[in-house]
Design a protein around this ligand. Structure first.
Ligand code: SF4
Ligand code: SF4
Length: 438
């Protein structure tokens, strides 16, 4: 009988981890749909960013209250899960609290005691997060893009955390040997009296139930991550490592356009020269981005990493002045479209079949794109170094260069730059006329 539970545990573990690995492969395949971009330079700077921002949460504390609570949940969640290692070993081999014998009373008690305190703190922090999301009128949680699934997703994960922390404490509280030893139970000792009067068998059944639901809950949580904004728990690390290190506001030039301009400026160039052999067959590269596959893989990684916290949107001058643009929505739309493309590939045996849809217009409108002031506030604010502006600029580039669909005011300005070398509608010779005006 004992073996049956061990076998069931091993099957649940393999199924949970196997499904997770399958989803991670899908995630990686989707990110690789993006264009290549080289982010292998300046390794020590990248590593430092990752340690400071993803591990050290340095950007979170810019908003101290929510940042502090987030650090409690983050640290608590990671540290408490060390305990999962003991649960896994116990589950596979049918042992009970195997680390107690290995680590000794004092150290084991210290560890579990720390986990219990952290579990209680995480529970309190999560309740405050729930109140902020559902009771307080915090504008960034009430935006249009946060209705439906994004709101529910945020709440589900909070419920998950509350339940997991409770189960951990109940598991300890209903373990008579652990409680009698009096080590590492600073919180659970106050829960134990709730079970006074219960028979030993009932208490044992409650302890086993809490133990099983706790570990199965963790496996479900692991697999829920792929469908949730909580992927950032994992992706914040690569995302901060591969983030753009160039100064904010520095845009890349299109190589094909640069070459054309160089050719125009080169006095020795022959405009009537025959094109190189085979050049006619080369499909010219698309300018800018109209769909997710035109973006680079770091932009797609950004989309999966977005925590939907809305810090970017709450600092966006366009959004604050009532424009349609929300940088958070740009990231959420990019992820939704990428997921749609991924599902299309899955259902068509690994090949994308045109669905007559794209990121531009079907998800993100030109009105949103043109509302951006390119101020970089969203990039600066993002706690995990996401760059919504780069997606906006690539999509604008497509509108201008592929569709000539810039707003009229911009078209006039660009015509002036082309004709007059300046954004104004004056001939270059007339530029200083104002100085002679009476
Ligand atoms: S760069 Fe654009 S999207 Fe980002 S904060 Fe500024 S205006 Fe908003
Ligand atoms: S882009 Fe960054 S700041 Fe904006 S919602 Fe996503 S994680 Fe938050």
């Amino acid at each position: 009988m004992q073996y049956l539970t061990n076998i069931f545990f091993i099957i649940a573990l393999i199924a949970g981890i196997g499904f997770f690995v399958m989803n991670i492969k899908k995630l990686s395949r989707n990110i690789k749909l993006g264009k290549d971009v080289n982010r292998t330079d300046r390794k020590s700077e990248r590593l430092k960013n990752m340690m400071m921002i993803a591990l050290g949460q340095s950007k979170m504390v810019k908003r101290p209250f929510s940042g502090f609570l987030h650090i409690i949940v983050y640290v608590g969640f990671i540290i408490i899960n060390i305990e999962v290692l003991e649960i896994i070993i116990d589950g596979i081999f049918g042992t009970h609290r195997i680390f107690l014998g290995v680590l000794g009373d004092a150290f084991y008690g210290f560890l579990i005691g720390t986990f219990e305190i952290l579990a209680a703190l995480v529970f309190v922090a999560v309740v405050i997060f729930w109140l902020r999301r559902n009771v307080s009128n915090i504008k960034r949680f009430l935006s249009k893009e946060m209705k439906g699934w994004p709101k529910n997703d945020g709440n589900y994960i909070l419920y998950f955390e509350m339940v997991l922390m409770t189960l951990f404490l109940v598991m300890n509280a209903t373990d008579p040997t652990f409680q009698q030893a009096g080590i590492g139970n600073p919180i659970s000792q106050f829960i134990t009296p709730l079970f006074d009067g219960f028979s030993a068998d009932t208490i044992h059944a409650i302890e086993r139930t809490a133990w099983w639901i706790h570990i199965l809950g963790i496996l479900v949580f692991l697999n829920y991550l792929y469908y949730s904004k909580h992927l950032h728990i994992l992706l914040a690390f690569p995302n901060t490592y591969f983030a753009n290190l160039n100064p904010k506001g520095q845009f890349n030039n299109l190589e094909s356009v640069t070459n054309e301009v160089k050719l125009m400026m080169d006095p020795d160039a022959d405009p009537y020269a025959m094109p190189e052999e085979g050049a006619e067959e080369t499909v010219p590269e698309k300018f800018g981005a109209s769909d997710v596959t035109d973006l680079n893989w770091v932009q797609l990684l950004n989309a999966y990493t977005c925590t939907e916290c809305g810090r970017c949107t709450s600092s966006c001058p366009a959004n604050l002045t009532g424009k349609k643009l929300s940088p958070r929505k740009i990231m959420m739309d990019t992820r939704d479209r990428l997921e749609e493309v991924g599902r299309n590939i899955d259902t068509n045996n690994g090949v994308f079949v045109d669905d007559n849809k794209q990121l531009l217009n079907d998800y993100i409108s030109p009105e949103e794109l043109w509302a951006c002031t390119s101020c970089n506030a969203c990039v600066e604010e993002c706690p995990v170094n996401i760059d919504p502006l780069s997606i906006i600029m690539d999509m604008r580039r497509y509108l201008v260069m592929e569709q000539s669909a810039a707003p009229q005011e911009l078209n006039m300005m660009m015509t002036n730059v082309e004709n007059n070398g300046a954004p104004w509608q004056y001939n270059q010779q007339d530029r200083l006329n104002w100085a002679n005006e009476e």
